[in-house]
Design a binder for this molecule. Structure first.
Ligand code: AMP
Length: 173
């Protein structure tokens, strides 16, 4: 199976960044040219052949995958960033994640109403981060084709927060 070698490369780091969290370290995937390319191919397939105008990536590991997917699909790339990083006029929303609280922002002119969007992140845990990004995208009138992640922590049921949008995970734990 294509995904077996990806799964084998992902490293569990226990008690990072806080006790009780098992952090899924994707850096071994990034460091391996074949695995990184394969992960991007699989994420691109989740678009199902639909024409994507912009791939939206979530700060910070999501950028790595989203930018490569955007390039491969011939789409633009748009960053959703943590508070205070974007220089232009922003929309923002607060959310809670598996290990803390945060605010994410999007440039208000980053997406035009009706544009087809694929939202990409490295990992879906509680779904709070992706739901915050979806809220911002909905406010701008985006046509969200789907939310695609390399890793889904299925036991946290994050995808329930993203309904009715389709969620695609390459690997589920
Ligand atoms: P959540 O909002 O709970 O779905 O958290 C998702 C975000 O936090 C993603 O951007 C991940 O990069 C990061 N994250 C949460 N939990 C983990 C974990 N166990 N391992 C690696 N990254 C995580």
């Amino acid at each position: 199976m294509k995904t077996d070698s990806l799964r084998a490369a992902i490293r569990d780091v226990v008690d990072f960044p806080k006790p009780g969290i098992v952090f899924k370290d994707i850096t071994p995937v990034l460091a391996d040219g074949k695995l990184f390319r394969e992960s991007i191919s699989l994420l691109c397939e989740t678009a199902g052949g639909v024409k994507i105008d912009k791939v939206v990536g979530i700060d910070a590991r999501g950028f790595i995958f989203a930018a490569a997917v955007a390039d491969r699909l011939g789409a633009g790339f748009v960053p959703v960033r943590k508070k205070g990083k974007l220089p232009w006029k922003t929309r923002q929303t607060a959310y809670s994640l598996e290990y803390g609280d945060s605010i994410v922002e999007l440039h208000e002119d980053a997406i035009l109403p009706g544009e087809s969007i694929l939202l990409v992140d490295d990992l879906l845990a509680t779904g709070g981060t992706a739901a915050a990004a979806v809220k911002l995208l909905d406010e701008l009138g985006a046509n969200i084709i789907g939310i695609s992640v390399l890793i889904e922590l299925g036991f946290l049921a994050g995808r329930a927060k993203l309904a009715p949008h389709p969620v695609h995970a390459i690997l589920t734990y």
